[in-house]
Write a protein that binds this ligand. Structure first.
Ligand SMILES: Cc1cc2nc3c(=O)[nH]c(=O)nc-3n(C[C@H](O)[C@H](O)[C@H](O)COP(=O)(O)OP(=O)(O)OC[C@H]3O[C@@H](n4cnc5c(N)ncnc54)[C@H](O)[C@@H]3O)c2cc1C
Length: 489
């Protein structure tokens, strides 16, 4: 990748940010034949894009808010993702448990509309269930006061693995994607942006990279890059933190997820099976500071445990939490300060300098976001117009063997093979890349991830020709991050 970076004098499209939005944009641009380069300051999907609820959804909640266009668009994208990345996305059955008399007709009708809106791309019909049928699908649901349930379908996926798959597909189409390569400034000529300054974190070397168009796809960091362009820029992002707790499957055995559309303070709550564990979430907490590794607040942990406990026969305790993770939503500021009321729709802006910014949206709609921004970028840069081809594009599954999410039961030889593969085929650079995003060990069981980190660091060092000091540094860095994945109170 670095050789290609050095051999090219000017790019058509330069993308800043390697999350869902940036990687999707790189794939779209490269597959339209544009010379495309992407810079990610840390690892691909290190930010919000690896910390989602892992749902490919139309957004039942937006339906409640009456945002029909948003739901229709997302339902179409949900169907496309299932078709184009069947190795990473699957059909997930959900139950909305009913405890009040009006819930069954209300959610029953709402979810029928949801089915109808999905049309041909629907994943299966919703249905009304009796109390017995509900408990047969979700035996650990609290039976007291339960009157029945409504079953419906959405998609579920592995966010970080999808990001790698999109990156690999983009590379297949000729894109250059670089991780650990922060953009530190913008190149300008006569007040117009004509490229970026990018720094190789490994060597510290900074270089000028010229490009006909520059796209800022930096999620919650959007304003930082916009300020590189215009120091007087007024912030447009209002970050909101959402956390998840991961517990053992015994709390919700079976394959059916639970969706509580409205807790007593108006939030949506999920309990979703994921890689043989259960993900519980989420929260919506406005925050002022932005970090690549946000940490759950105590109140958020308590909120999830208390509320999910109301719906399950066995209440999960802090000691049951195998891991927890926090992500920041890049919500675009509206007229209101209440983040829950802000649009999840995406926003594309073009600065006076010509830099294009794309932000907002959600994982599910990354492809459509990319299509929209590349359409605009081509026009802006006066590039020959070519149609987007990603609607029918299968995403890559390069890996010789599928890298497992959970490495708990692997032998040393198996683990070594996967470490090698993640380095040679997936640009894995650190112990944290491997344990957090190539596999999902840190999110599934943080204690085990901490235990295995020295073994992984040593294997990576062998593969990457690194010394003892590097191994020590890797273990320290990993432990500093991993300790925030355990709720120690
Ligand atoms: C709690 C939570 C749950 C969610 N659940 C779902 C869900 O279930 N389904 C769904 O569809 N969506 C979900 N979302 C939304 C979805 O995760 C986000 O919309 C999406 O991941 C945003 O991707 P992004 O690429 O815009 O931002 P990011 O993933 O944040 O990527 C931006 C990248 O830019 C990089 N960057 C920043 N500055 C620079 C620089 N100077 N140089 C180089 N790189 C830079 C960052 O390191 C980062 O990797 C959820 C979000 C949250 C917070």
């Amino acid at each position: 990748m670095i050789q290609q970076l050095e051999s090219q004098t000017e790019w058509d499209v330069c993308i800043i940010g390697g999350g869902a939005t940036g990687l999707g944009t790189a794939l779209d641009a490269a597959s339209r034949g544009l010379k495309t380069i992407l810079f990610e300051q840390y690892d691909f999907a290190k930010g919000t894009s690896s910390k989602s609820t892992k749902l490919v959804h139309g957004g039942v909640r937006y339906l409640q808010q009456g945002n029909i266009r948003l739901v229709m668009e997302a339902l179409k994208e949900r169907g496309l993702l299932l078709k184009n990345a069947p190795h990473l996305v699957h059909n997930q059955q959900f139950i909305v448990p009913n405890y009040k008399w009006w819930e069954k007709p209300f959610y029953g009708i709402g979810l029928k509309i949801y089915d109808w809106m999905a049309g041909k791309l629907g994943l299966g019909p919703s249905a009304l269930l009796s109390k017995e049928e509900t408990l047969a699908l979700a035996p650990t649901l609290d039976a007291e006061g339960l009157t029945g349930g409504v079953v419906y379908h959405d998609g579920q996926f592995d966010d970080a693995r999808l990001a790698i798959s999109i990156a690999q597909t983009a590379v297949q189409y000729g894109a250059v994607v670089l991780n650990y390569f922060p953009v530190t400034g913008l190149l300008k000529m006569q007040q117009k942006v004509c490229g970026v300054w990018a720094k190789d974190s490994q060597t510290g070397k900074e270089r000028e990279v010229k490009s006909k168009v520059v796209i800022n796809a930096t999620g919650v960091f959007t304003d930082t890059v916009m300020k590189m362009d215009d120091p007087k820029h007024e912030s447009i992002i209002s970050p909101s933190q959402g956390i998840h707790l991961v517990v053992d499957k015994e709390f919700l055995p079976g394959d059916t997820a639970i969706m509580v559309p409205r807790t007593d303070d108006g939030r949506v709550l999920f309990a979703v099976p994921w890689h043989n564990k259960i993900v519980l979430g989420t929260t919506d907490t406005p925050v002022n500071s932005i970090s690549a590794e946000p940490v759950p607040f105590e109140e958020e942990i308590d909120f999830i445990l208390t509320h999910i406990g109301r719906y399950l026969t066995k209440d999960p305790q802090r000691s049951d939490v195998k891991s927890m993770f926090a992500g920041l939503r890049p919500l675009v500021k509206g007229k209101t300060k209440k983040t829950a009321a802000l649009a999840r729709d995406h926003l594309i802006t073009i600065a006076d300098s010509g830099m294009i910014t794309i932000t907002g949206g959600k994982w599910t709609t990354y492809r459509k976001m990319a299509e929209d921004v590349v359409d605009i970028a081509m026009e802006k840069a006066g590039l020959e117009k070519k149609d987007c081809i990603t609607e029918d594009m299968k995403l890559a599954d390069y890996s010789a063997t599928v890298i497992p999410a959970d490495i708990n039961s692997l032998s040393n030889d198996e683990l070594k093979a996967i470490v090698q593969q993640s380095v040679t085929e997936e640009m894995c650079m650190t112990t944290e890349d491997f344990l957090s995003r190539r596999t999902r060990q840190l999110l599934l069981d943080a204690r085990f991830a901490i235990t295995i980190a020295p073994v992984v660091a040593t294997m990576l060092a062998e593969e990457m020709n690194k010394d003892e000091n590097w191994i020590k540094e890797q273990i320290n860095n990993f432990n500093a991050i991993a300790k925030n994945y355990l709720p120690l109170k």
